[in-house]
Design a protein around this ligand. Structure first.
Ligand code: FAD
Length: 536
């Protein structure tokens, strides 16, 4: 029998539920786990803090999700953690994370890369069991089920990038996406209203519901309550459309167990509120991919907000513990205006000059490989809400400067008349520039340059070291037999690749573990065929 989606904002009384499994978070890991545990015959309940995105026809032709209206100013505050204004504790990094049905998958830019080989090798040294060979069936499942495709509809940013790379003899390649017949509206970052991006709310979650899963949205988990080595209760409250508590509560008494899939900030936060902090280990070693951004200004109008946002990249600089992936994207005007670090006349000038004629490229930087560095820490503020204490690691500063130089060179070779670097005071470079000013940017001092991240990982890591391990190799949380952690928080380092495919694959592996530990059959249903990545 089909399950249902209950919107917590409309629940008028306190409730108690007794599913087999309670999954916390409906993002990349939560969606996968909901489907696989429901397929295995379990009674599954998913709790999601963010709102539902119901299937309801909208006014635009082909619009399947009326509430997704493609307006940045309205959608960020509905679909993102802290209305897309989440910052690290020192204000130095803007942290974008989804907070809605589908979590990050609802708002992400659809780029799909496999886990980097070098990273998996490093993880093996830290005792993790994953290799490209043993992940292969899970990668096939993800690629075939979503599907992940090589989408060769390129927007202006991608075309300019290819041209500039060719002039510098830098190899570039298609970056596969989880889009299906993409309309190229460029709205991935505010949720695809046309169901052409194969996000959690289009694929994993409705498939789980059709098999019997129940999802509660607008339902924020406060804490877990345990007895010995078992979690006995999940305590949550319902919230309204403005993220205020409605005063109604939900108690879940799971028969078999709890799966944490609240993301790399949300999962440590639930554990910390539950006082399951393993002598201070939870929340430590949290990683991001800091992102550096360039906008080239071209002589002709470029329609920079449109197109598949993220389907062109170069693997040229990706190797090493501080390597970086340069990718191209869509130039979202509101997000970009807020990232310029300017205001008043200067902001007006930059947007007037760069927006209509712009093309964007950015670099995700790998971090987390130095065993002696502490990296980020998730802590709770006085209200019990999470905060990420993070400073840009010194080892990343030079690669971050060099990535900006490289991206500027590529823009200029492609015909850009100037390139804007998001720094305060503003920095523009032109043909013939020595790039010295870029090489002096101080990324460690916060708020001098725009650094954002859309990839948060770690904080509840798998690790062979007793002093670091929070999660065992069978995905159980240490000391608890019926608590599993499946999301990006288990990564011991940053990944060095866009993480959704890896999180999906590890969540499939973790779901298999949960099924086996509970005497149920786990199946992969979408095997065969070629993977879309060539040589990476
Ligand atoms: C703007 C943007 C663009 C991105 N682009 C790409 C891309 O192109 N390619 C790629 O591979 N990756 C991309 N990512 C990253 C990718 O989407 C994430 O890495 C991935 O979704 C993380 O999966 P997760 O399961 O760890 O957590 P999430 O997907 O973040 O899911 C966690 C969920 O848990 C919920 N939650 C948190 N706390 C609680 C609580 N206490 N109670 C109930 N629910 C809770 C959250 O609301 C959220 O929905 C992007 C992310 C963003 C934000």
């Amino acid at each position: 029998m089909a399950g249902t989606i209950v919107e917590g904002r409309n629940v008028a009384e306190d409730r108690t539920l007794t599913p087999d499994f309670c999954i916390i978070g409906s993002g990349a890991a939560g969606g996968v786990c909901a489907l696989k545990l429901t397929e295995a015959g379990f009674n599954v309940l998913v709790l999601e803090e963010g709102p539902n995105i119901p299937r309801e026809k909208g006014p635009a032709p082909g619009q399947e999700r009326k509430m997704l209206n493609e307006r940045e100013v309205e959608m960020y505050k509905v679909l993102y953690q802290e209305g897309a204004s989440r910052l690290t504790k020192n204000g130095g990094v803007k942290v974008l994370q989804g907070r809605c049905l589908g979590g990050g998958t609802a708002v992400n830019w659809s780029a799909c890369l496999p886990p980097r080989l070098e990273t998996l090798d490093e993880w093996q040294k830290r005792g993790l069991p994953f290799t490209r060979q043993n992940l292969d069936p899970y990668l096939h499942e993800v690629v075939n089920y979503l599907p992940v495709v090589r989408n060769d509809k390129y927007n202006t940013s991608a075309r300019k990038f290819m041209h500039g790379c060719d002039r510098h003899a830098i190899p570039h390649d298609n970056l596969p996406n989880n889009t299906n017949n993409c309309r190229e509206c460029g709205s991935c970052g505010v949720g695809c209203p046309y169901d052409r991006k194969m996000s959690g709310f289009v694929k994993w979650l409705p498939d789980a519901v059709s098999l019997g899963a129940t999802i509660y949205t607008d339902t924020k988990v406060d804490r877990l309550v345990g007895n010995g080595d078992r979690i006995t209760e999940v305590q949550a409250h319902f919230i309204d459309g403005k993220t205020r508590p409605t005063q109604r509560k939900l108690i879940v008494k799971p028969v078999k167990g709890v799966v944490l899939a609240a993301g790399a900030i949300g999962t440590p936060a639930v554990l910390l509120r539950s006082k399951l902090d393993l002598d201070g280990r939870v929340g430590k070693y949290t990683h991001i991919h800091p992102v550096t951004i360039t906008i080239g200004k071209y002589p002709e109008p470029t329609l920079p907000a449109y197109g598949v946002p993220d389907n062109m990249w170069t693997p040229q600089f990706a190797a090493g513990p501080t390597g970086y992936l340069i990718e191209t994207g869509s130039f979202f005007p509101v997000l970009s205006a807020s990232a310029t670090l300017q205001h008043g006349d200067e902001l007006h000038r930059i947007m007037r000059d760069y927006y209509p004629n712009g093309a964007i490229s950015y670099a995700h930087h790998t971090t987390g490989f130095d065993d002696k560095e502490k990296y980020g820490t998730v802590e709770l503020d006085q209200n019990g809400d999470p905060e990420l204490d993070y400073k840009i690691p010194k080892a990343n500063v030079k690669p971050m400067q060099e990535s900006l130089v490289m991206m500027a060179r590529i823009h200029l070779a492609a015909g850009a008349t100037s390139v804007y670097i998001m720094r305060n005071p503003p920095l523009e470079v032109k043909q013939g520039d020595t790039f010295d000013a870029i090489r002096k940017i101080n990324f460690v001092e916060p708020q001098r340059s725009t650094i954002f991240t859309v990839h948060v990982m770690g904080g509840c890591q798998m690790h062979k070291d007793e002093k670091r391990r929070c999660v065992n190799n069978d995905f159980t949380f240490r000391g608890k037999k019926n608590l599993w952690v499946l999301d990006g928080s288990i990564f011991p380092t940053a990944l060095g690749a866009n993480p959704q495919v890896t999180i999906y694959s590890l969540a499939l592996w973790g779901s298999r573990e949960i099924c086996e530990q509970n005497q149920a059959t786990f199946k992969l249903n979408h095997q065969g065929g070629e993977l879309p990545w060539k040589g990476y």
